[in-house]
Design a protein around this ligand. Structure first.
Ligand code: BES
Ligand code: MN
Ligand code: ZN
Length: 462
């Protein structure tokens, strides 16, 4: 074997894949070797399993012999294999997708351990949620309009309830300009938005198991296309703006996953759905909008639309009086400048930020804390005509400004905000468990937040 590896030039580095025809030396006709790198970690295993999934193109059965002797590693194999094999072929007239193997066997020396065996099913639930979120984000924005997205959410909930341990209740509200005016303004000129009376632009889900030990509200930005509005984006920045509803996709799929897993945690999820388009009815720089909670906001840049729809959605979430509020949004390019395009920025109350970071760590999604220094309070209040300025034109700290703005709508509840503008969309090629295009970022982290709240650590004896 060492001789064979040397011949192939295989060194076991991350990303390496070598295919070896076995010529019947072993029962399988093909051996696929994937590099793990120096250290066996869940992240390394997830990546390797993802690379393996794309290397196996037409097999009836597959045995996965990756390191899998703990629940975390088993989970990583299941997630990597399931997500690495993801592809979005809905719009290909000849999908040409290789048929998935009928049988996949996960080999582990710890198969008899109950905790190891029990790790498979929940990992598959997370895979399903991420794949579904990717499908929504990858769907062309002309097809996934706000009402179409609301319908898709309703259909997903209905399908999940068939097998969920406990059902999710969905509600799709019509949008009246009086109750959700900032969201309406964002979508005012979109033919599919709430400007047309009775068009749905809201989707909220409630998962309320009887044995809930906590109540979490999730709020997601669901801009199905962000042209920038009258402050139109340069063409290159607009190219992937179908991704701007990824936060909404993540909160919905995390809620569905919680139901399928039967987690004893109440979830109130709000997807703020709208389009940011150009037209005679577009909101204008200088307009003053009144949010759901009654705060007035001066629009200064029509491209900062996410914070407007989120202000309304947070207002609704606060009414449910949750223990904690988590919002997730492809909110600012500033955060991508700050942290790069592979990790989310997390801002908010220290304790909730720490909770989200720990969840991200367990989920294998990179996130990093960012501060909200006190003087941002002045910046968000710098409007001469309204309570708040939507933006103050100062680029520096733009992602922090946005978070400080959102905080105004959290009703003083414990809160964290995830800015996922970077990691939501993979503009490069597939690697590891990530496909090209939508990544489904956030679903796994949110599920982990819910899981942790459902099984609170025993409190210190006082
Ligand atoms: N949807 C964008 C943010 C974004 C950027 C998402 C890159 C994904 C990738 C958001 O609505 C936006 O346009 N933000 C502006 C805010 C600014 C005008 C205050 C930005 O980041 O430039
Ligand atoms: Mn925008
Ligand atoms: Zn946007």
């Amino acid at each position: 074997m060492p001789g064979l590896l040397a011949t192939l030039g295989a060194q076991g580095r991350p990303g390496e894949v070598a295919k070896v025809p076995t010529n019947k030396v072993i029962a399988s006709p093909l051996l696929v070797l994937v590099g793990l790198g120096e250290e066996v970690t869940p992240d390394a295993v997830r990546r390797a399993a993802g690379n393996a999934a794309r290397a196996v193109t037409n097999a009836a059965s597959v045995a996965l012999a990756l390191p899998a002797d703990s629940p975390a590693l088993v989970r990583a194999v299941v997630e990597g294999w399931g997500l690495g094999g993801y592809s979005f072929t809905t719009y290909k007239s000849k999908p040409g997708t290789p048929t998935a193997p009928a049988e996949v066997v996960l080999l582990t020396p710890a198969a008899r351990r109950a905790d190891v065996a029990a790790a498979v099913e929940p990992a598959q639930v997370v895979v399903d949620g991420i794949a579904a979120a990717r499908d929504w984000v990858n769907t062309p924005p002309g097809d996934l309009t706000p009402p179409a997205f609301a319908d898709a959410i309703g259909a997903a909930v209905k399908a999940a309830n068939k097998e969920a341990r406990r059902p999710v209740a969905g509600s799709r509200s019509t949008c009246s300009t009086s109750s959700v005016s900032t969201s309406s303004a964002v979508a005012a000129c979109s033919r599919s938005g709430p400007a047309r009376p009775r068009r749905r632009a809201w989707s909220s889900l409630t998962y309320a198991p009887k044995d809930a030990v906590a109540h979490v509200a999730l709020v997601g930005k669901g801009i199905t296309f962000d042209s920038g509005g009258l402050w139109i984006k340069p063409a290159a920045s607009m190219a992937t703006m179908k991704e701007d509803m990824a936060g909404a996709a993540a909160v919905v799929q995390a809620t569905i996953a919680a139901a399928r897993l039967g987690l004893p945690v109440r979830v109130s999820a709000f997807a703020a759905l709208a389009e940011n388009m150009v037209g005679a009815a577009s909101m204008r720089p200088g307009d003053v909008l009144t949010t759901y909670a009654g705060t007035t906001v001066e629009v200064t840049n029509t491209d900062a639309e996410g914070r407007l729809v989120l202000a309304d959605a947070l207002g609704r979430a606060v009414e449910r009086a949750p223990d904690v509020l988590v919002d997730i949004a492809t909110l600012t390019g500033h955060m991508v400048l700050a942290l790069g395009d592979k990790m989310a920025g997390v801002l908010g109350d220290d304790a909730v930020v720490a909770e989200v970071l720990a969840a991200g760590e367990a989920a294998g999604e990179d996130a990093w804390p960012m501060p909200i220094p006190e003087f941002y309070d002045e910046r968000i209040r710098s409007s001469k005509v309204a309570d708040l300025a939507q933006y103050d034109g100062i680029r520096w700290g733009g992602g922090i400004f946005a978070a400080a703005f959102l905080r105004e709508f959290t009703g003083g509840l414990p809160w964290a905000h995830l800015d996922i503008a970077g990691p939501t969309f993979n503009k490069g090629g597939a690697n590891g468990h990530l496909a090209s295009g939508a990544t489904g970022y956030g679903v796994a982290t949110l599920v982990e937040v819910l899981r942790a709240r459902a099984a609170p650590a025993p409190s210190e004896p006082s």
